[in-house]
Design a protein around this ligand. Structure first.
Ligand code: C5P
Length: 307
């Protein structure tokens, strides 16, 4: 790709939430939560090349859904980093997107994390990992995890991270929808569904932690939790059918990714992933199916020749 010449390319993974425990709405409008993030092998590549101003182009089947002005989180990341580091140069960010757009897999947050890392290298800004993490948290709740990757517990609004002890590699089938769900709308819906109820404090599931430490996919499948799922299915009832087809079709566990509408199913191995993919498509329960494994590392610079 011509854009890589003289530029920096960063590859960044999508995330799923193995657990999403959502508390009440805070004074700042965010929800207090405890989540277990898990980075999976669907990637966006972000290439940064010198330019006079800050601009972005997008490539991929869903490119038309991605804004190319300052609503784009990667553009905001470049502008924020330039301001903090006192850089006056511009950058052309080219996003090669493979992470579903508005699918609950933090694609926009991933691009922001990648843009931070790419611009830091391009401009020789020399920010530390801690500085980058701080900027990431300002940009969005899921951005710090896209830098870190692996499997990690997120607290606060999701931005405070602790790596989780986890053994082995897990295989996932991702059922993509041809619809999108807005994250604020899904959080609004959970408030509506739980109105008047006393909410328990968000918590870390001990069963999930134990399953991660053992690496046993059966236990992991049985301990997935997403408090946002009822809100996502309330706004998009077709998700119930997708979940039912996947779970009856042999998945060890399955749930809506984050605020949806992508649904992640855990399977035992690659062959089961192939079988479940066929089942989901044949039943019309997904418009597109992707297979991925996790955990994988967070955002990292890749050699121009390797992308
Ligand atoms: O932090 P981010 O910009 O990714 O969040 C998008 C939206 O999701 C927020 O504006 C808010 O409506 C909702 N959200 C929330 N509580 C969180 C994280 C996100 O209510 N912990």
């Amino acid at each position: 790709m011509a854009a890589s010449r003289g530029g920096v390319t960063v590859r960044v993974p999508a995330k799923i939430n193995l657990q999403l425990s959502v508390g009440g709405r805070r004074a700042d409008g965010y929800h207090e939560l405890v989540t277990v993030f898990h980075a999976v092998s669907l990637y966006d590549d972000v290439t940064a090349v010198p330019a006079d101003d800050v601009r972005v182009t997008v490539e991929g089947p869903q490119a038309a859904l991605v804004p190319v002005d300052e609503r784009n989180l990667a553009v905001r990341a470049a502008l924020l980093l330039a301001r903090r580091a006192g850089v006056e140069e511009g950058v052309h960010l080219h996003l090669r997107k493979d992470i579903p757009v508005a699918g609950g897999m933090a694609g926009g947050s991933a691009d922001a994390a990648a843009a931070l890392l790419a611009c830091d290298a391009l401009w020789h800004a020399g920010l530390s990992r801690d500085d980058l993490r701080e900027l990431a948290a300002e940009l969005g709740s899921d951005v710090p995890f896209a830098l870190l990757g692996g499997t990690a517990i997120g607290t606060g609004r999701g931005e405070r991270l602790t790596p989780a002890l986890a053994r082995g590699t897990h295989h996932w089938v991702l059922a993509l929808a041809d619809r999108t769900l807005s994250t604020p709308a899904v959080y609004g819906e959970i408030d509506r569904l739980r109105a008047g109820r006393v909410l328990p404090e968000p918590y870390v599931s001990e069963a999930l932690m134990q399953a991660l430490r053992s690496g046993d996919p059966q236990s992991l499948g049985a301990s997935l939790v997403n408090d946002l799922q009822p809100a996502a299915t309330s706004l998009d009832p077709l998700l119930e059918q997708t979940l039912a087809v996947g779970l009856e079709g042999g998945a060890l566990g399955g749930q809506v990714c984050g605020s949806g509408p992508t649904v992640a199913f855990l399977v035992g191995d690659h062959e089961q992933a192939m079988d479940l993919s066929i089942t989901l498509v044949a039943a019309g329960a997904a418009t597109q199916v992707r297979r991925a494994h996790g955990p994988v590392p967070g955002a990292r610079i890749v050699e121009p020749g390797s992308v």
